[in-house]
Design a protein around this ligand. Structure first.
Ligand code: SF4
Ligand code: SF4
Length: 370
C-alpha cells in the first residue's frame, strides 16, 4: 500500500474567494470533488459546532469554509445537509443557537443546502470496532450517501489535539457523548473509542479549516492563531499528522494518533505521508502552544480511593467572577456532579472523572484546569 495523501493549500484569510480557491486547489491535488461525490448523492457536511460561538473565536468551523465546500459539492450535482451534534442536549433549540451564533445561516444563504433539524438517532452496528461494537448515531449522518467532515485545527486539553479523527465524535448525539466519558475515563480508551466511531461512520473526505486554528487550552478556551492553510484528505489520521506537524506539535502528542498507530492505521510520522500542493516548508515556522494536559482523569483509581486522590489531579475550577450560572456545564456533566449554588457552578470533585466537558462547553470560559 502506498503512503496516504494529504493535500495542503495556502489560504491567507477568510475572504470568501480566497477560501474557495484554496479549497479548490487543495481538492484538485486529490482529483477534484467529483472523485469523492457523484451527481444525485446526498452529502452530510459534518461541521465542528462544539457550542454556540462566534466564528472569530476559532471554536467552530468558519462559515467561509462551510460555504466554499458546499458550493463545490453542489457544482458536482449532489445535495447537502449541513449539521453536527454539538455538546449539551441534542435539541432543535440548541442547534438553532449554534447555527445562528456560528454563522451557519449565512454560510448556506443562497445555496440549495439544508440545515439538519432532525434530532433523532439510531443504533448502528460497528463490527470492526476494537472497543465499541455499536453506536447511537444521528440520523442525518446515517441517512446520507456520503459524509464530508470539516474539522478545525485545535489543541485539546484531553486528547492533545482535535482534528480529522475527533470531529467524528459529533455524530454521537448530544448527551450520549457524555456517557462515553463516564464509561471510558482513561484517555487512551476514550481515544480508541473515537477511532471506533471513525470506523463506524468514515467520512469520504475531510477538509480542515486551518486558516486560523486554536492553541493552548483548546478546544474552546484557547487562543486563536493564524496558520493560513486548508488541508484535504480521505485519510483523517494522516491529516492530523500533517496538521500537527504544520503547527510545530509532535503528532504523537495526540492520543488519537497514538492509538491509531497502535492499531496499524499509519505510523504517526510525517515522512510516511505524501503531502501534495504546498510543501510544509512554504509555511512560516508556526509553533502552537500545546494544551496543558497535566494529569487527566483519575480513573482507574478504585472508588474507595477517590477521596484520597480527588484533589491531587488536574481539576476544573470555576472562576466565580466570570460564571453567570447558566447551567450549561451541569447539563453536560456525565457524572451529574455540578450543582448551582448561589447562582454559581460548584463541582463535587469526589465524583468528577476529569473529562473536562464542562471546560469545553462553558460559554464564558469560566472554568480553568488546575
Ligand atoms: S461555569 Fe460556565 S457553563 Fe457553568 S454555569 Fe458558570 S458560566 Fe455557565
Ligand atoms: S465536573 Fe466537569 S470534568 Fe468533572 S465530570 Fe463533570 S463535566 Fe467532567
Amino acid at each position: 500500500m502506498g503512503r496516504p495523501v494529504v493535500s495542503l493549500s495556502r489560504c491567507p484569510d477568510y475572504d470568501a474567494l480566497s477560501v474557495k480557491k484554496a479549497v479548490e486547489r487543495s481538492l484538485h491535488e486529490l482529483g477534484g470533488m467529483e472523485r469523492f461525490v457523484a451527481p444525485g448523492e446526498k452529502v452530510f457536511l459534518k461541521l465542528n459546532l462544539l457550542r454556540p460561538s462566534e466564528p472569530e473565536k476559532a471554536v467552530t468551523t468558519h462559515p467561509s469554509v462551510i460555504r466554499a465546500v458546499l458550493q463545490l459539492i453542489e457544482e458536482v450535482g449532489a445535495s447537502v445537509v449541513v449539521g453536527d451534534s454539538p455538546g449539551g442536549p441534542f435539541s432543535k433549540g440548541r442547534l438553532e443557537k449554534c447555527y445562528r451564533k456560528s454563522g451557519v445561516y449565512e454560510a448556506i444563504e443562497g445555496t440549495g443546502a439544508e440545515l439538519n433539524w432532525d434530532t433523532g438517532y439510531t443504533r448502528a452496528p460497528n463490527p470492526h470496532g476494537h472497543l465499541v461494537h455499536s453506536f447511537e448515531i444521528i440520523n442525518a449522518a446515517l441517512e446520507a450517501d456520503k459524509i464530508i467532515s470539516l474539522p478545525r485545527l485545535k489543541t485539546h486539553v484531553l486528547t492533545g489535539f482535535t482534528g480529522g479523527v475527533k470531529i467524528m465524535y459529533g455524530v454521537v448525539p448530544g448527551l450520549v457523548k457524555a456517557t462515553y466519558h463516564a464509561k471510558l475515563p482513561d484517555v487512551k480508551d476514550f481515544s480508541d473509542m473515537l477511532l471506533d466511531i471513525l470506523t463506524c461512520t468514515p467520512p469520504t473526505l475531510a477538509i480542515m479549516d486551518a486558516v486560523v486554528g486554536m492553541e493552548g487550552q483548546g478546544p474552546s478556551a484557547g487562543r486563536p492563531k493564524k496558520v493560513g492553510a486548508i488541508l484535504t484528505s480521505s485519510d483523517s489520521v494522516a491529516m492530523d499528522v500533517v496538521a500537527c506537524s504544520l503547527v510545530g506539535l509532535d503528532p504523537l502528542t495526540s492520543t488519537t494518533t497514538e492509538r491509531a498507530v497502535a492499531r496499524g492505521l499509519g505510523t504517526g510520522r510525517l515522512e510516511d505521508v505524501e503531502v501534495k500542493g504546498n510543501a510544509l516548508a512554504n509555511f512560516e515556522d508556526i509553533r502552537f502552544e500545546p494544551a496543558k494536559r497535566k494529569k487527566g482523569n483519575i480513573f482507574p483509581v478504585p472508588a474507595f480511593l477517590l477521596d484520597l486522590y480527588a484533589n491531587r489531579y488536574t481539576k476544573p475550577v470555576v472562576d466565580r467572577k466570570k460564571c453567570t450560572g447558566c447551567g450549561e456545564c451541569a447539563s453536560a456533566c456525565p457524572r451529574n456532579c455540578i450543582s448551582m449554588k448561589n447562582g454559581k457552578a460548584v463541582m463535587d470533585y469526589k465524583q468528577c472523572i476529569r473529562c473536562f466537558c464542562c471546560h469545553e462547553l462553558c460559554p464564558e470560559s469560566a472554568i480553568r484546569l488546575r
